[in-house]
Design a protein around this ligand. Structure first.
Ligand code: NI
Ligand code: MN
Length: 227
C-alpha cells in the first residue's frame, strides 16, 4: 500500500492495483498551492461527508477520471449520481467487496451538508480491509464510543488516519484515546493547520502520542508512505 498526502484530509491510496482517493480538497487549500489536482488518476473516490473541505475537487477529479466510482453514504452517492457520476451507495453497517479489497462504512460523530446547504446524509468513516493491511480512515469526527466497536467488527487495524486539528474534530488528546479505542498505535494525522481554527503544534502532537508508546505521523504535502 502506498499512501500519498495531498493536504488536509486528502490522501491517495494505491492498493491491489487500484488508486483510491479520500476526501478530495486541494484547490481550496491555501497550504496545497502547487499541488496539481488535474494530475490525479484514481479508480475510486471515497468522500467521508459533504463539507466543502472534503469534496471541493470531487467533481473535477471525477471529470478527469470518467471511469472512477464515487463511494459514499446513500444521500451523497445519490447527489453525485444525479450529476451523472458513477457511484456506489453504501450506508453504515456491513462490508462491500471491491476489486481492491473490502470496505466497511462506519460511524463518525460530525455533521454533513453540501456547501449549498443541501443535506449530505450522515458523516462516515471507512475501514479498508486489503491484501496489504487494514486501514481506518475516520473522516471528520469527535471522539465516540462507537470506535470501541471497530476491533470487534473488523480485522485488526494496522494504520489509522485520524483528524487531530481540534475545533471541528478530535484534538490530539482525544485522538490518543481514539487510538486506544480502535487498538491501533500507528496514526497518520489529518485535518490540521489548513485554517486558523485548526493550527496545531507539531512537536507537542507527536510527543503526546510518543508518551503513550504510540506513533503519530504528520506527512509532508505530496509525501508518500509505504505500508
Ligand atoms: Ni466536516
Ligand atoms: Mn472538515
Amino acid at each position: 500500500m502506498t499512501i500519498t498526502y495531498f493536504g488536509h484530509s486528502c490522501f491517495l491510496i494505491k492498493v491491489g492495483g487500484k488508486q483510491i482517493l479520500l476526501d478530495p480538497f486541494i484547490t481550496g487549500n491555501p497550504l496545497a498551492e502547487g499541488m496539481d489536482v488535474n494530475s490525479i488518476r484514481c479508480d475510486y473516490i471515497f468522500p467521508s461527508h459533504a463539507h466543502g473541505d472534503h469534496i471541493g475537487d470531487l467533481e473535477t477529479v471525477a471529470a478527469n477520471n470518467p471511469e472512477c466510482t464515487v463511494v459514499g453514504i446513500w444521500e451523497l452517492a445519490d447527489y453525485y449520481g444525479k450529476k451523472g457520476l458513477k457511484t456506489h451507495p453504501m450506508n453504515k453497517g456491513g462490508w462491500w467487496k471491491f476489486d481492491f479489497g473490502r470496505v466497511k462504512m462506519v460511524n463518525a460523530a460530525h455533521s454533513s451538508s453540501f456547501p449549498d446547504g443541501s443535506y449530505g446524509g450522515e458523516p462516515v468513516g471507512f475501514v479498508f480491509d486489503t491484501p496489504d493491511g487494514v486501514l481506518y480512515f475516520a473522516g471528520d469526527t469527535a471522539l465516540t464510543l462507537d470506535m470501541q466497536l471497530l476491533p470487534r467488527i473488523c480485522p485488526p487495524i494496522d494504520l489509522a488516519i485520524l483528524p487531530i486539528g481540534s475545533n471541528f474534530t478530535l484534538d490530539v488528546h482525544d485522538a490518543v484515546i481514539a487510538s486506544d479505542f480502535i487498538q491501533c498505535n500507528r496514526v497518520i494525522g489529518c485535518h490540521y493547520d489548513t485554517f486558523g481554527y485548526i493550527k496545531i503544534n507539531h512537536h507537542d502532537a507527536v510527543s503526546t502520542f510518543a508518551a503513550q508508546g504510540k506513533e503519530l505521523i504528520l506527512m509532508k504535502l505530496g509525501g508518500t508512505l509505504e505500508f
